[in-house]
Design a protein around this ligand. Structure first.
Ligand code: CP
Length: 304
């Protein structure tokens, strides 16, 4: 039985296979309409979500399966003090696969040790979000055709942004990737991640506070929201929340084929005036997220 807790749980070959399945689902959706008949997905969301939970649910329905779950810890017995370990031992009796989001880093890993069905980490605190990374990778494949030799700028909250951490982990597997880390000093990529990158020959990175300086070199610009829910101090959030706002004017120095990604939700960091720019790919990411979650559910259930 396989769970997906970190994107590094998947080999490069497995990621390539998931992306290939995703591309086939887009071309031939009817082939997949009955793949999960008789199977149930449980979505256990202890933290708010729009895209991840609903795309998992839509994915399972489009595979012919069923969905149970909760979208709010307050409506589950967690509110009475039940542990994550006990919750998944119980839900393993009701579902064939579980997607879990939790505010505590490591909660899905704990769940995977107690569950008798596969656990998918749908976001754990400020740590990882591997299925968002699969959505990002499918989008990059469709837009750029490759994961190699790309210069990728990550802009905003690189400290708490779990989607950033997981996508950087994934990109370390490919050749010739250059990473540009664009953030205020207070929201830099955690040291444990930079220390790991320092030990790798396959990938290089630079840090800057200037989006304008970085812009001309980028093949991909990955914008992120400042993660209000992870701050201890509201004054710090208010001071940092508008550190970077992408506008059409700032894009004037960007490559004509640069791809703008954002895991969403967006607050203020991309002006809506950018949405009509052909380089804006963040709503394509949303569609690709549902597709790649279909491919992932099938893989973890052992369905070809
Ligand atoms: N990208 C993402 O995880 O969005 P949600 O928080 O809406 O699921």
């Amino acid at each position: 039985m396989r769970s997906l807790i970190s994107i590094l749980d998947l080999s490069v070959e497995e990621i390539d296979q998931l992306v290939a399945t995703g591309l086939d689902i887009i071309e031939n959706p009817e082939k997949y309409a009955h793949k999960c008949e008789g199977k149930k997905l449980a979505t256990l969301f202890f933290e708010p979500s729009t895209r991840t939970r609903l795309s998992f649910e839509a994915a399972m329905y489009e595979l012919g399966g069923h969905v149970i779950g909760f979208s709010d810890a307050g409506s589950s017995s967690a509110s009475k003090g039940e542990s994550v370990a006990d919750t998944v031992r119980v839900v393993s009796n009701y579902a064939d696969i579980i997607a879990m989001r939790h505010p505590k880093e490591g909660a899905p890993l704990v769940a995977s040790m107690k569950s008798t069905v596969p656990i998918i980490n749908a976001g754990d605190g400020g740590h990882n979000h591997p299925t968002q990374t699969l959505a990002d990778l499918l989008t990059i494949k469709r837009e750029k055709g490759t994961f190699d030799n790309l210069t990728v700028g990550f802009c905003g909250d690189l400290k708490f942004g779990r989607t950033v951490h997981s996508l950087i982990d994934a990109l370390t597997r490919y050749t010739g990737v250059k990473i540009v880390l664009i953030s205020p000093d207070e929201l830099k990529l955690p040291s444990y991640m930079k220390n790991a990158l320092d030990k790798m020959d396959s990938i290089s990175y630079v840090e800057t506070t200037s989006l304008e300086d970085a812009m001309p070199s980028l093949d991909i610009l990955y914008m992120t929201r400042v993660q209000k829910e992870r701050f201890f101090n509201e004054a710090d959030y208010i001071r940092l929340k508008d550190s970077y706002i992408l506008t059409p004017e700032k894009l004037e120095s960007a490559k004509s084929d640069m791809c703008i990604l954002h895991p969403l939700p967006r607050v203020n960091e991309i002006s809506v005036a950018v949405d009509d720019d052909p380089r804006a790919c963040y709503f394509k990411q949303v569609f690709n997220g549902k597709i790649i979650r279909m491919a992932l559910i099938m893989k973890l259930l052992g369905i070809n």
